[in-house]
Ligand binder design. Structure first.
Ligand SMILES: Cc1cc2nc3c(=O)[nH]c(=O)nc-3n(C[C@H](O)[C@H](O)[C@H](O)COP(=O)(O)OP(=O)(O)OC[C@H]3O[C@@H](n4cnc5c(N)ncnc54)[C@H](O)[C@@H]3O)c2cc1C
Length: 311
């Protein structure tokens, strides 16, 4: 069986999420090909060729794929998939979620979103109702198309493979969308979904100014990424891409510290698989209690600085 994995990248570096997708592909079993669709993306293809367990890398290098316009990439992926692949997998990232439904539509198959476990070659588990129930889905489609939740699969080694890199000459430019601009927030801290430690703040921190005053020293001490609840994002304390949860990012770090976050199910959906959860909240009845391993009841404005002073 042949599996096509769509690389997640920025034309220069391969996003680590691709390593988790390859891990899921290995659980299915079969020949794994990684497709790098980009522009000036040779370095990404070279990195993909070194991933343990990858047998081939396809590099479609053209300006039409420079910004991962879903219309162009999906058309390319669907064409390649028809050439003999049984599976098409991508990470459950913004890019993967943008491209794969279009691929499924072009192939006229249903798709499986957010795979968290591979039960057999055609049976997968995926969360539903914001992770409150797990569905077991069996697919009889000729080509199985699915996004993979990275936090559910341990990444394969980035080094150790020696796959061949083949160029794809075909250019798919649908001509129906164009890249206008992007604003990328430059962070000195680790990326939220890849971080080992995450410090998140909720409405309880009170303001953007207080978020940084109280939580930055803690994140600095721990080398942590910073996250937030939707209430904190909606109130403008921090940018949108800090949001953890059902409609934000899904994280599963070794340590998640939730400060002034009540623990609504939509927030828990994004962090409850974290290995150790610490909650700091003045309300001892807050629902985050149900998932916290350590539970510190107190005013965050005094408790967090005290914690920082002891680290
Ligand atoms: C369709 C949908 C999708 C959603 N998606 C998301 C999502 O992706 N992510 C997300 O987070 N939410 C999401 N939500 C919103 C969610 O329902 C909650 O409204 C939100 O998570 C609440 O954020 P919060 O815990 O920061 O705020 P609150 O619920 O207001 O909790 C604030 C907490 O801070 C504590 N606190 C206050 N002051 C202090 C202090 N001085 N010291 C210590 N503790 C203090 C309070 O006791 C309270 O527990 C979604 C909702 C819907 C309907």
């Amino acid at each position: 069986m042949s599996i096509l994995v769509i690389a997640d990248h920025n034309n220069q570096t391969l996003n680590g999420a691709t390593l988790n997708v390859v891990a899921a592909a290995q659980k299915i079993g079969g020949d794994i090909t990684v497709l790098v669709a980009g522009s000036g993306a040779q370095a990404v293809a070279d990195a993909a060729a070194k991933i343990a367990g990858v047998s081939k890398v396809l590099l479609a290098d053209n300006a039409a794929y420079a910004n991962q316009l879903a219309e162009n990439v999906a058309s390319l992926v669907a064409d390649i998939a028809k050439g003999g692949y049984k599976y098409v997998l991508a990470a459950s990232t913004t890019t993967g979620k943008n491209i794969l439904p279009r691929v499924a539509a072009l192939l006229d198959v249903s798709m499986i979103s957010d795979i968290i476990a591979v039960e057999s070659a055609n049976t997968f588990k995926r969360p539903i109702y914001a992770g409150n129930a797990i569905a077991t889905v069996q697919s009889d489609e000729a080509i199985i198309v699915g996004t993979v939740r990275g936090t559910a699969f341990d990444a394969v080694a980035a080094e150790g493979g020696s796959a061949v890199v083949e160029a794809v000459a075909e250019v798919k430019d649908a001509g129906i969308s164009k890249f206008v601009s992007e604003e990328i927030v430059k962070l000195d801290r680790p990326e939220l979904t890849a971080a080992r430690i995450v410090v998140s703040g909720g409405r309880g921190v009170g303001s953007g100014e207080n978020y940084h005053k109280v939580l930055d020293p803690l994140a600095d001490k721990l080398g942590a990424a910073q996250g937030a609840s939707r209430a904190a994002v909606d109130a403008g304390f921090v940018p949108n891409d800090f949001q953890v949860g059902q409609t934000g990012k899904i994280v599963a770090p070794d340590l998640y510290i939730a400060v002034g976050i009540s623990g609504a199910i939509q927030h828990l959906a994004g962090m409850k698989d974290s290995k150790v959860i610490v909650a700091i909240n003045k309300d001892e009845e807050a629902p985050i209690n149900s998932v916290a391993d350590y539970w510190l009841v107190g005013d965050l404005n005094t408790v967090v600085p005290e914690l920082v002073s002891k680290l």
